[in-house]
Design a protein around this ligand. Structure first.
Ligand code: NAX
Ligand code: K
Length: 514
């Protein structure tokens, strides 16, 4: 797992480490790692035009020392200074190496002509939206052709939350020190970071448990269940799916498909006759229990390892009665879509429940679960909201969207690295619910089931993509390929960061470097 720590824990670990190291050793280690990445990125260092953006704190100090190292290799390095008092020793070293400070009035010309821009405006000491002149400099990097390397994190991202509340540097590479910061993993911040390189400055042993983790392919491979010789259909897990309605038949077919392609011992579909017929038409291996609409709780299948309830199910009283009956069992239950909307009116059904429960809302549904929040606020502060929901409902919550987050009380928040905008299409949530339900029925805990399902789901979308849009049915079809890619991978790497000049086309299936 890649780990991310809050600013406060990074500062505490740094302080403890600094006490045992000579003055300036940490910054030298950080700047050395930063310079090495920059030098590697430049096709030719001698004569290259490099601009370092320098704020008034130690982040600017890192940029100045790295600028000095690059200047010593013969590059033409100019500093644009934003803070009133840039790091004094760093500036002296920069000048001694042949670097020069450019006038603020030349900022646009300097950045426009640069091959490489190093963003040392603010790091973990940044607070709120960038002020001037930082904001203008950050905006100029967005228009430049140069490769942009962010120091510790792109200036403009809140390190702890990923919130971006104004102009923000859009980096091709972020060189971060000691540990990742949560804002590098979580949207909207995650969209600005490019490829993240972690430079070890010796903090490791002094860091506490992380606030956020992001799984790599080997983590998922270790969690996924594989049937052994002693498996039979009951031991492998019986999943009951209560999804779909006469109005939304597709939701049932997609949720069942997502579950079957993720692997269940036996799938029991529970629903009205018309939908059940449709499900069996698509998935003859599903066993059907036809629902009695006058007594939805009366005929719930009993020999069940886990439940999925909600996709396309509707909000009518029958659905509410069914939900209450399923939650009264001691089985793991996944609630999605309409079941979450119903739950918002009866939070105690889950908050008082002791059996494992997993909620899979999108931002709109999560805002219903937390009555004092709006969907826009959830999108802006995804990490805070998913944690609040997990605490309030005392269960695991998977927040769907640009970056899928999984929170459970007392555990670090998991950020799924495989997400892709390809998934923003109708029905993908139904497939995810089925996939996560299958993993619950196989005995995975809700956080592990959610983590693996989100990873598989995103990877399947990427693998199904051949240039044309990916439908939810394509996604189901690609789940076995995603499984094979994960289980066949010997790589410890994650999937590529999105939308970067550097990462494009450099890695292949299962996160392996091509
Ligand atoms: N503490 C340490 O031991 C180490 C720190 N390192 C570097 O030091 C950084 C942290 O340094 P600092 O604590 O000095 O903080 P930063 O340099 O990240 O930020 C503080 C500076 O930014 C300004 N600032 C804050 N918010 C702003 C805003 N919204 N708009 C404009 N200016 C703003 C402040 O006035 C101050 O000048 C890390 O991110 C990392 O780059 C590394 O050298 C590794 C070692
Ligand atoms: K920065």
């Amino acid at each position: 797992m890649r780990q991310a720590h809050t600013v406060q824990t990074v500062r505490e670990a740094e302080e403890a480490l600094m006490a045992s190291r000579p003055e300036g050793a940490l910054m030298r280690a950080a700047a050395g790692g930063l310079a090495a990445v920059c030098i590697r990125l430049l096709p030719r260092v001698y004569g290259a035009r490099v601009v370092v953006l320098v704020g008034g704190g130690d982040n600017g100090g890192d940029a100045l020392y790295a600028g000095a190292a690059i200047a010593r290799r013969g590059a033409r390095v100019r500093a644009l200074v934003a803070g009133s008092a840039p790091h004094a020793a760093g500036l002296a070293a920069f000048r001694a190496a042949g670097g020069a400070v450019a006038a603020g009035a030349d900022a646009a010309t300097e950045i426009g002509a640069a091959e490489l821009v190093v963003d040392g405006l603010v790091g973990i000491g940044g607070r709120g939206a960038l002020r001037e002149p930082h904001a203008t400099l950050a905006a100029l990097t967005g228009e430049a052709d140069a490769l942009v390397v962010a120091v510790d994190l792109p200036s403009g991202i809140d390190a702890d939350t990923g919130t971006v509340s104004g102009p923000c540097v859009r980096a091709d590479v972020t060189v971060t020190f000691g540990t990742h910061k949560p804002g590098l993993f979580v949207d909207p911040g995650a969209r600005y970071v490019g490829v993240v390189e972690l430079v070890d400055i010796g903090l490791g042993p002094r860091l506490p448990a992380p606030r956020v983790v992001s799984p790599q392919v080997a983590d998922i491979a270790a969690l996924l269940p594989e049937p052994g010789p002693e498996s039979d259909k009951y031991r492998r897990g019986v999943l009951a799916v209560a999804a779909g309605s006469d109005r939304y038949r597709g939701a049932a077919v997609l949720a069942v498909g997502g579950a079957l392609r993720t692997g269940v011992g036996l799938l029991r579909y529970v629903g009205q006759q018309g939908v059940a017929t449709e499900v069996v038409h698509h998935w003859p291996e599903a066993v059907v229990s036809v629902l009695d609409p006058t007594d939805p709780a009366g005929r719930l299948p009993q020999r069940v390892a886990a439940w999925v309830v909600g996709p396309g199910r509707g909000l009518h009283p029958t659905a509410a009665m069914e939900l209450e009956a399923v939650l009264a069992t001691d089985r793991p239950v996944l609630l999605d879509a309409d079941a979450i909307t119903l739950l918002a009116k009866r939070p105690e059904l889950v908050s008082d429940r002791t059996a494992p429960t997993l909620l899979t809302p999108h931002a709109g549904e999560l805002s219903r679960l937390l009555p004092d929040s709006t969907p826009a606020e959830v999108e802006e502060h995804r990490l805070d909201h998913v944690v609040r929901a997990a605490e309030r409902y005392n269960c695991t919550v998977l927040l769907k969207g640009s970056t899928t987050l999984i929170a459970a009380p007392g555990l670090p928040v998991v950020v799924n690295p495989t997400g892709t905008p390809l998934l923003a299409t109708a029905g993908t949530g139904d497939v995810l619910a089925g996939a996560a339900g299958a993993l619950l029925s196989a005995g995975l805990s809700p956080p592990d089931a959610a983590t693996c399902a989100a990873y598989l789901h995103g990877l399947a979308a990427r693998l199904a993509h051949d240039g044309a849009p990916v439908s939810s049915s394509d996604l189901i079809g690609a789940l076995p390929v995603a499984f094979a890619a994960i289980l066949g991978s010997d790589s410890e790497e994650g999937v590529p960061a999105r939308g970067s000049k550097v990462a494009d086309g450099t890695r292949g299936r299962g996160g392996r470097r091509g």
